[in-house]
Write a protein that binds this ligand. Structure first.
Ligand code: PMT
Length: 217
C-alpha cells in the first residue's frame, strides 16, 4: 500500500482526446486513449487526494473514487476545468486537446458532391495556458507530446504555460505516448532540470510523476 502523501489535496486532471465536430456524424480527434491521465487519477486517489477527472471520450472504466466529468470538445473541457480550478491545489493536464476545431459545424451531414474539399479550422483555447495565468500558488503539471526536439519544445511549453513541471514523451518512440500501456517519460522542472526514466507501465509512470509533484508540496 502506498503512503497517503496527498491526503487533503484537491487535484484536477484532464485526460483523453477531444472531439471537434464537423457535422452531425463526423469529428476531428487524435489517438489519445486516456490511459496516462486515468493512471494519474488512480495514483492520486491511492495516495489520498480528492480527484476531479475531466475526460474526453475514452473506452476505459471510470476510476473508483473520482468525481468524473465527461466532455467532448476542447471548449467543453476548458469550461469544466475553469469551473473546478479555484478549489484545486494541483492541476495535471494529460489530455491531448485538439489545437484547432472546424470553424463551422454544419447542421446537416456534409454531402460528397465535390472532388476536393477544404475545411477551415480555428484555434481552440489553450486550457493549461489559462491555468498558468490564473493559478496563483497552485501547482500545474503539463505534458508535452512531441515527435522531434522533445526537450526543447517541452521546456518552451513549460515556460509559456507557467507550469511547475512538464512530462515530456516522444510519441514516435515504440512503447511511449498514445494508446500503449507503457510510456517513456522525461520530467522537467522549473529550473529546467531534466530527469529521464526508462520504459515503464503508465501506472508506474504515474507514481513517478506523483513523486516529483510531492517534492513541490
Ligand atoms: O491518452 P494516452 O493514449 O495514454 O496517451 C498519453 C498522451 C500521449 C496523450 C499523454 O502522455 C500526453 O502527452 N498528453 C498531452 C498531449 C498533448 O496534447 O500535448 P501538447 O504538447 O499538444 O500540449 C502541451 C500541454 O498543454 C498538455 O498538458 C496539454 O494537455 C495542454 N493543452 C494543449 C492544447 C490546448 N488547447 N489546451 C491544453 O491544455
Amino acid at each position: 500500500e502506498k503512503e497517503k502523501d496527498f491526503e487533503g489535496k484537491k487535484v484536477l486532471i484532464t485526460a483523453g482526446p477531444t472531439r471537434e465536430p464537423l457535422d452531425p456524424v463526423r469529428y476531428i480527434t487524435n489517438r489519445s486513449s486516456g490511459k496516462m491521465g486515468y493512471e494519474i487519477a488512480k495514483a492520486f486517489v491511492e495516495r489520498g487526494a480528492r480527484v476531479v477527472l475531466v475526460s474526453g471520450p475514452t473506452h476505459i472504466d471510470i476510476p473508483k473514487g473520482v468525481t468524473f466529468i465527461p466532455v467532448e470538445t476542447a471548449a467543453d473541457m476548458y469550461n469544466a476545468v475553469m469551473m473546478h480550478l479555484e478549489e484545486a491545489d494541483i492541476i495535471v493536464g494529460a489530455a491531448a486537446v485538439a489545437d484547432y476545431r472546424p470553424k463551422e459545424v454544419k447542421k446537416e451531414k456534409i454531402k460528397k458532391d465535390e472532388e476536393t474539399m477544404v475545411i477551415e479550422l480555428v484555434k481552440n483555447p489553450d486550457i493549461m495556458y489559462e491555468v498558468g495565468q490564473k493559478k496563483g500558488n497552485k501547482i500545474s503539471v503539463g505534458f508535452a507530446a512531441e515527435t522531434e526536439n522533445l526537450i526543447d519544445y517541452a521546456k518552451k511549453k513549460l515556460k509559456e504555460k507557467n507550469m511547475d513541471l512538464i512530462v515530456a514523451n516522444d510519441v514516435s518512440q515504440e512503447g511511449a505516448g498514445f494508446e500503449v500501456d507503457t510510456n517513456i517519460i522525461k520530467v522537467i522542472n522549473k529550473d529546467l532540470e531534466v530527469k529521464e526514466y526508462p520504459m515503464m507501465t503508465k501506472r508506474e509512470a504515474a507514481h513517478v510523476i506523483l513523486d516529483e509533484i510531492a517534492k513541490l508540496l
